[in-house]
Each structure stands twice: as C-alpha cells, then as structure tokens.
Design a protein around this ligand. Structure first.
Ligand SMILES: Cc1cc2nc3c(=O)[nH]c(=O)nc-3n(C[C@H](O)[C@H](O)[C@H](O)COP(=O)(O)OP(=O)(O)OC[C@H]3O[C@@H](n4cnc5c(N)ncnc54)[C@H](O)[C@@H]3O)c2cc1C
Length: 956
C-alpha cells in the first residue's frame, strides 16, 4: 500500500502542483487526493483513444470543495479537467494536469412539480435519474446509448443525445436551471434571482461580453441564419452558440452555453431539467430494404410520422452480428446492399399504439422492402430486435486485432442528403482501407456513426487515419454541409476541425466565449478550441497485448458502475489500463522504477481488492470478466507452500471444515466471555502480528453450525430432491441477533418437509465443495477437482439427474452450473421456491418491510426478478436498495479486507427505510457483510419462505 510513498510522490510534483496539492490538502482528506503513478494512470483513463496522465487526481465531493479547487487552480495557474463517468469518446475527459473526479459523490436529486422537473447533481447516472422519474411516467430528455453508465455532468457538458431525443429533447432544449462554478470558483445559481443579481455585479466583464457577442450575431442576418440552420440538425461541434439567438438575458445565454461546453467554461454543480413523457406502450419493427437509398427514402417519409426512433444499419453492420445468438435468421440471406431500419413507435395507450403502427407502415407504401413490414408490441420480441442494434459496436470491438482500438465517429447530414452521404461514407471507408468498417445511426436525425478498428502503434497507420479523417471532414463539411459531431462532443478529436466546419468568423466568436469565461485558459485547455492542427493525432493511447482475458477491452468504462471496489481502490477498466501499462513497460524494458511501483501497487489496488464477482462482464460490451483475470494473477502469485496447502485442504476438506466450525465455536464462547470490544481488539492485534494474514473478527461473525443429521426427511413421498448444503452453510450457523436462530439446513428441511419432499443428501457430503473457495484464491486445479467430485456425487444421488438438486447457497450453485453435466437439474433456493413451492405451499405475508440483496451469482443467472417475486410472496413490502450492487464480501475477503465490503455497502443503511428491520439474501458470507453494513440482520431467503409458508389445506 502507498502510505509513506504518497508523501514522496507529492514532493516529486513540479513546484506549482506541489503548491496546489498543499492548498487542497488541509481541506480535502488526503485519501481523496492522489499523485502516485498507479492511481493517476488508472483514473486518467477514459473511453477515448487518447492518453494523458494527470499529475494530481482529486475526488471532489461538495460544491465547497470544487470551489476551493477552482480558486487554487486560478491562483496558481493550474489547469483542471472535470471527470464524471469518463465514457466520452473524443478525448474531452483526459488531462496531464489536475483531474477533478466526481464519481462516488454528487448523487443527490430533487423531484419537482410531481416529476415535471428534476434537479440532479452531476454524479447521478442517467438511468438512475430515469428510475427516479419512472413512478411519475417521466424521464429526462437526453438518451445517450451509454445512459446506464454515464453521469448527468457528462450528459449535460457533452449535450449527449441518442436514438429518440433528437434536437427537441436534448439537454440544451430541456435544461431549465443550473448551479455553476465559474473559473474563479464563484457560484451562480441561475434559478435564484438574487444569485443572478449578485453575479451580474461580480462578473460585469463576462456579462458585457456575452451581451456584445449576442448583439453582434443578431445584427448580422446571414450569420444569424447560418447559426440557426446549422442547429436544425444535431450539432456538438464547438460551443452551442445558438444560445445567443435563442435567449436574450446574458445569464440565460450563459446557462445554455454550459450545455455542450465539455468542462471548458465552468463546473456544473447541479442541473434542473424539464422532463419528458415516458410512454408506457412501445412497438418496434425491423424493416429490411434492398438498398440504402430506399431505406433513406423511407426515413424521409417517417420523419413526419408517429415514430420516436429510426435506426439505420448498413449491410456491413448486419453482417457483423448475423452469426450471433438470438439474431433473426434471415439476416444471413440478405442481399449485398440490404439496409435495415429499426423503427420504434410509442404511445400512451394500446389503441393509439396500434393506430400508429398501421400509420407508419402505410407511410412506406410504394417503397420496396425485402420482407413485409411487421411491428411487434411484445417486449420479448422487440427487445430481440433491439439486440441487433445494440450488438453492433461490441461486434466490431470483439473481432478486432489485439493492439488495435475501435474508433466510433459521429457525423450528421441534412436528412434529405442522407442516402448519398451514407454511400459516400461507405466508399471512403473502403478507399482508405477500413474494410471492416460499419455504418449505422439515428437516421431520423441524419446522425450516422461509422465504426472501424485502428492501430495507433504504427506511424503509417496513424498517417492513414489522418488522411481518412481529413477526407471525411472535408466531405461532411464541404459536400454536405453537415456536422462533424452530432452527440459525442468535440473534445481533442474534432478540435482541429471546428474552424473548418464553422468558418473563421464563428470560430472567432467561440474563442471569445472561451476567453470571457476562462481568461487564463485553465478549464480543460486543449479541448473544443485548440490551435494545434495535429492535436487529434497526439497522445494516442497505447493498447499493448497484456493478457487474453482483457485484451479485448475498449476501456469504455461500462464496467465501472458494477464494481464493488470502485470507490475504494480501482474499477475493472482501471485495472486493465494499469495491466496494459505494466505489459507495455515490461515489453519496452522499463523505466524499471515505474514498472516496479505499478506492479507493487497493483497487489492491493488491483488484485487484493477485486471481489472477483464478475458483474463487470454483465455490462461489458465485449463481456470481459476482470475477476477471471484477477484469479489468473492469484494463481500465478501462489508459491509452492501455498499450493501444497491448497492440495492438502482439498484432500482433507471435511477436516478443514470441522476445524473452521471448531474455531467459530471457540470464538462464540470467547465472545460470550469477553464481549465484542475485546474480541475486536484481540483479533486486530492478532492480525497485525500475523502481518495481515489472520482474518479479522467482526460482530456479525456467525456461530458454528450444528451438524446435519443425515437422515431422509419426509420419506415415502412422491417428491424427491437432492439437497446439497454448501460448506459455508455446513460450518457457519446463525449469528447472535439473527431473526431466526436455526441453522440454514434446519430451515431448508422444514420448508421442504412442508411441501412433502423426501430429501436425499449426496454421499460423503462432509468432504464435498463446489470448488469456489479454491478457484477464487487462485488454485484452479483444486477448484476443478472439488467441482468434479461434487458433480459425480450429485449425479449418483439424483439418479443421474432424475431428481432436482437443490443448493442452499447461490454462488456455489453458480460455480457448478457454469460447466455442469447436462443431466443435472440444479437449483438454488430462489429458483426452487419460485418453480416448485410458490404453488405447492400456502404463503402468508409477514407484516412490515424486508430488504432484499440479490447476490451477484443470482444476478448472473438471471434470477433477480424471481428473487423479488419470492420475497413479495412472503412480505408486505420489499425493498431492493438501488445503489447496492455486489456487496464486496467475496467469500472470506470480508475477514481480510473488510474495507472492500464497507465501501461497496456504504449506501445500504441509508437506502433501507426505518421500518425495515431485517434483510434476506442467498449467500451466508454476503449476509455477514450486509448485516454489518446495514445494522439489520440478514439471513437466507429460505428462512423467510419457511416462516411465511404452511402446507396447503387439502380440498375436501
Ligand atoms: C459505447 C459508447 C456508446 C456511447 N453512446 C453515446 C450516445 O449514444 N450518445 C452520446 O451523446 N454519447 C455517447 N457516448 C459518449 C458518452 O458516453 C456520453 O457523451 C456521456 O454523456 C458522457 O458522460 P460521462 O459521465 O461519461 O462524462 P465524462 O466523459 O466524464 O465527461 C464528459 C465531459 O463533461 C465534462 N464534465 C463532466 N462533469 C462535469 C461537470 N460537473 N461540470 C462541467 N463539465 C463536466 C468533462 O470535463 C468532459 O469534457 C457513448 C460512449 C460509449 C463508450
């Protein structure tokens, strides 16, 4: 860990950065200011193909801290870049100076006027904002495809948009107010008249310059018309200077200039949006046209129709996904020029939806299609159609050569020229050798994305990219009068071309805007306006091969929201970025000191605090499970002694489990005798003496589980089930303070007995284990052996799969199920209760509220919905905290690195309502962490189901 070294890193900073660090250090906790090589590199990475490493990273949490940071930056002339989720693609969220990171904070919101408006702090994730609004039938207007991952700060500062919002519902059109910190650290609340007044008094120069630019533009009719015309289509190239036309008051102009300003004009501390209607009824159709021309003609007609989205996909796009599971079979047999439109229509009620479907189809009469047009309003069906569209970007990412990156460009054409422009783009991709390139986009807005792979490690390849971009920019601007960026922002990527698109006059006005807001050019310099004509070709990110598990990573950051260590140490993307740098340094032979430092710090920041939960793979576009990479590293780091220990433990598993049970029993006695404080102190002392090897005791530590009486339950019944109590459940019983004092197997057997099941136990159970404890610690061979032993015992006991097999612990089941013998029918409790017991037993809801925590394994098995359904059958009110993902307990990691679960569960207690006195999950160790963090006892959902159920009364 860093500690002492942190001080040395700080001393090594260039003088003004050292002074900057000192200015912040007294006010912001040192744990949130980094200047070490590991974290500056890790946090410095964003989704773009640019790499700049900040000198200092500061996690700012409050407006006061952000103001302090800006004041210090202003005084010391230190440039600052803000970072929300870092999913930007154009290089606008990277810096080699100070990076002010919002993630982990700024998550408050206020619903206003019954959902008509919402005030959001910049760290709220877009999808979260929509979840807050869902009960009101509303949502925010901007709808980037990255909405599940990106944050309001980035959405507003990029003027991000997506498939439906077009130019009518983007941030620019729906923003109502903002709290803004200017470059001098002063706060303006545009919704507060007294703040506006005070601001006019304190910033007369800025107000006057805004008014001057406004008047200049308005006096010049051709210029006015030009600006208005350019914003009729999507445009995020340069500043949103339509603000000068659309608004009169300089403060309102300033507010709208902030939208799309990419952190170059000020800091957004809060945004208030007018919300838009979220229609409950939706239908989609995948329409196939013989060529791009007819698809574009269809789009033109639909422009005035009752449709909310029209997504175009060229033949190369369709080809990139046609082999994937779940894709419509007909994709493979389409002609060479076939083009698809995925069309969506939405309505407030079913009859209107039906009318709209018919109307949209009628509008296309006379335009040839390869297949008849068919809308579907069935969710499972239209979700499948959208899988085609959503799979495009990952499809290119997944097949690219190691070491290359995926580039996604974002241009807009006047819709009446879309067909010519699309063909032109395709031709130019081929001309420059981007044969694998695909073209798709929001056709209704003329917004096309072209995606291709690019090697930036080779000069000739960089030159090819330059030639291609020059050619495309020329074509978009000069031939079609389009926009070079429609939604992803200008960043560093398009900064050299802003003048090409807008001309000298408007570009000059944009520069004046920048100077007026930020006279010292300290806010995200180099982004959006930049004199360097080659800035888009500099600081390109290396993506060297590192390991096959992570080589496909495109560093988009979609994994970050899922990761339990995101606020403690690093995220999967950050782990991969450092892994790549270590690989690069190894291949290049140094610098040795940096390499050693990164490798050393990786142990705690990367490996030790990875929960290996694998949830990152569920949101990764190319399905990378960084936990698997961590397990690989753990396996490589094991010495001979540890390997021998693991082998012995695997071979004598029953004895090991008995030892753990005895240890727990001894701890239970000691706890009764000495009390909790003494136990805690003794365990901390013992851990310190052992150099961190001994586990830490905690107050949710369970008692030893009583032994299982291995006799059949409910003998003679027609229903049989094989019950495999996990090794954790066999050793860990309930903890003091738990609602139900029984061991898990007792509750399980009671539940099964009520449903009339005859229970069979696998032979040699005391020695059986799913293998997970070995696998997660880096002993894959022992893990495989234990899993195989268990599987064989289960096959034997279940009559080769004749009877269902029930595990009582979700992660254990998941471990076996991933590679299971197809003859076995395996269940964990939720699925078993849902499939067999909800109907077989009578359930009576317990009064009050229960909290639910769905373990990662259940999420990965797609059981979240059934988990809630079972809980709802058992309790009057069920709460699933929305801000808690993986609990970070990670088996026994809670006893060795309790800070991981502490960080992952930091919001649990505040998300549970006062009336919620107990919680339920599906994994004993997770329940320990949940109990500790929430202050409420968590137990297996089996206890709840048993408590609420009784045998069904027989008819008659
Ligand atoms: C696979 C993929 C798909 C995408 N799809 C879309 C899409 O459909 N539409 C689209 O528009 N974009 C898309 N993007 C790009 C990106 O996700 C969005 O533009 C998103 O809104 C960026 O938000 P963020 O939270 O990641 O911001 P960041 O990348 O962290 O920051 C974006 C910019 O905002 C600035 N900023 C952040 N917070 C503040 C603040 N509080 N005050 C002032 N400035 C601030 C930063 O300095 C930076 O310049 C996609 C990206 C990926 C990887």
């Amino acid at each position: 860990m860093l500690k002492g070294k942190g001080r040395r890193d700080h001393r090594a900073l260039p003088e003004k950065y050292g002074a900057f660090y000192d200015a912040l250090a007294g006010e912001i906790p040192a744990s949130r200011i980094f200047c070490d090589p590991f974290r500056t590199l890790a946090y410095g990475t964003d989704a773009s193909f640019y790499r700049l490493t900040p000198k200092i990273v500061v996690k700012v949490r409050t407006t006061e801290e952000a103001s302090l940071l800006l004041r210090a930056a202003d005084r010391l002339s230190v440039p600052v870049t803000f970072r929300a989720a870092g999913t930007s693609l154009s290089g606008q969220a990277v810096t080699d100076s100070v990076l002010a990171v919002l993630a982990g904070g700024w998550r408050k919101h206020r619903i206003l006027d019954g959902g008509e408006r919402i005030a959001l702090e910049p760290g709220v994730i877009g999808a979260e904002a929509n979840a807050f609004l869902a009960p009101f039938g509303r949502k925010i207007g901007p709808d980037p495809a990255s909405i599940n991952h990106c944050m309001i700060g980035g959405i507003a500062a990029n003027n991000a948009s997506g498939m439906c919002c077009g130019t009518a519902q983007n941030s620019y059109r729906t923003v109502e107010g903002m709290k803004i910190l200017l470059s001098d650290g002063k706060l303006l609340d545009t919704a507060d008249p007294s703040s506006r007044e005070a601001f006019a008094g304190s910033h007369p120069g800025l107000i006057a310059e805004i008014a001057r630019i406004r008047d200049e533009i308005r006096r010049d009719e051709p210029l006015r018309n030009r600006i208005a015309a350019k914003f009729r289509i999507k445009n995020t190239t340069g500043y949103g200077i339509n603000s000068f036309l659309d608004h009169e008051d300089p403060v309102d102009i300033l507010l709208h200039l902030m939208i799309g300003s990419e952190g170059t004009l000020g800091f957004i501390a809060e945004v208030t949006y007018r919300t838009v209607e979220e229609h409950p009824h939706k239908a989609s159709a995948l329409m196939i046209f013989p060529d791009i021309g007819s698809a574009c003609r269809a789009t033109m007609r639909l422009k005035t129709g009752p449709v909310s989205a029209v997504e175009l996909m060229d033949r190369a796009s369709l080809r990139s996904v046609e082999e994937k599971e779940g894709m419509p079979g007909y994709l493979k047999s389409l002609g060479g020029d076939a083009t698809a439109l995925l069309v969506e229509t939405r309505a407030g009620d079913a009859p209107t939806l039906a009318r709209q479907m018919a109307e949209a189809a009628e509008m296309l009469e006379g335009i040839p299609t390869e297949l008849p047009i068919a809308f579907t309003d069935r969710k499972d069906e239209y979700d499948k159609l959208w899988m085609v569209r959503k799979g495009l970007f990952p499809a290119v990412g997944a097949v690219r050569r190691v070491g290359t990156t995926v580039v996604i460009e974002d241009v807009v054409f006047p819709i009446e020229r879309l067909a010519d422009a699309a063909l032109d783009l395709e031709r130019r991709m081929r001309k420059h050798g981007y044969r694998e390139g695909i073209l798709f986009g929001h056709a209704l807005d003329g917004n096309l994305h072209f995606v291709f792979t690019q090697d930036f490690s080779d000069h000739e390849e960089v030159a090819r990219y330059r030639r291609f971009m020059d050619d495309v920019c020329d074509m978009v601007v000069k031939k079609y009068d389009g926009s070079l960026k429609g939604e992803h922002g200008t960043g560093r990527n398009m900064a050299p071309f802003v003048e090409l698109e807008w001309g000298e006059r408007v570009y000059g006005l944009m520069r004046r805007v920048k100077r007026a807001f930020d006279p010292k050019a300290l806010l995200n310099p180099g982004v959006l306006v930049n004199d360097n004509p080659h800035v888009h070709l500099e600081n390109l990110k290396p993506l060297p091969p590192a390991h096959e598990i992570v080589d496909k990573c495109i560093e988009c950051g979609f994994c970050e929201v899922m990761c339990p260590s995101k606020d403690l140490t690093t995220t999967p993307r950050q782990r991969i970025a450092v892994t790549r740098e270590i690989a690069r340094l190894r291949a290049a032979g140094g610098p040795v000191e940096r390499l050693a430092r990164l490798a050393e710090d990786y142990v705690y920041f990367g490996e030790r605090t990875c929960a290996t939960d694998g949830l990152c793979a569920t949101t990764c576009p190319v399905s990378i499970d960084t936990g698997e990479h961590t397990k690989f590293l753990r396996a490589g780091g094991r010495g001979k002694v540890a390997a021998m220990g693991a082998r012995w433990a695997a071979a004598h598993f029953g004895a090991v489990a008995a030892g753990v049970r005895s240890g727990l029993a001894a701890m239970g006695v000691a706890r009764s005798a000495f009390g909790e404080s003494a136990m805690r102190a003794a365990s901390e002392g013992a851990r310190a003496l052992s150099g961190g090897r001994l586990p830490l005791w905690n107050r949710a530590m369970p008692r030893a589980a009583p032994a299982i009486a291995l006799r059949d339950a409910g003998s003679g019944s027609a229903r049989r089930v094989v019950y495999f109590p996990s090794c954790v459940a066999r050793t860990m019983g309930p903890a003091p303070g738990d609602v139900d004092p029984r061991a898990l197997h007792e509750a399980m057997l009671s539940l099964l007995a009520k449903a009339g099941y005859e229970v069979l136990f696998p032979r040699g159970m005391r020695d059986l284990c799913c293998g997970m404890p070995f696998g997660s610690k880096g002993f894959p061979e022992e893990a495989g052996r234990k899993r195989a032993e268990l599987e064989s015992a289960l096959l034997d006991c279940s009559g080769n799969g004749e009877y269902p097999v029930l595990f009582d612990t979700s992660p254990c089941l998941y471990t076996v199920k991933r590679n299971q013998d197809p003859r076995l029918n395996l269940y964990e409790p939720v699925e078993f209760i849902h499939s067999f017991l909800l109907d077989a037993l009578e359930f009576r809801k317990v009064p009050g509220t229960v909290g639910i925590h769905v373990p990662c394994s259940s999420i990965k098995m797609g059981l979240s919905g059934r988990f809630v359904a079972v809980a709802q059958a058992c309790a009057e009110k069920v709460v699933v905290p929305s801000r808690v993902g993986c609990c970070g307990v990670a088996g026994d990691r809670i006893f060795r690195f309790p800070e991981l679960a502490g960080s992952a569960l930091s919001e649990l207690a505040s998300e549970l309502p006062d009336g919620c006195r107990s919680g339920y999950s599906n994994s004993r160790t997770c329940e320990i962490g949940l109990t500790l963090a929430s202050g409420r006892p968590y137990q297996s959902i089996v206890y709840l189901a048993d408590r609420c159920s009784r045998p069904k009364a027989r008819a008659g």
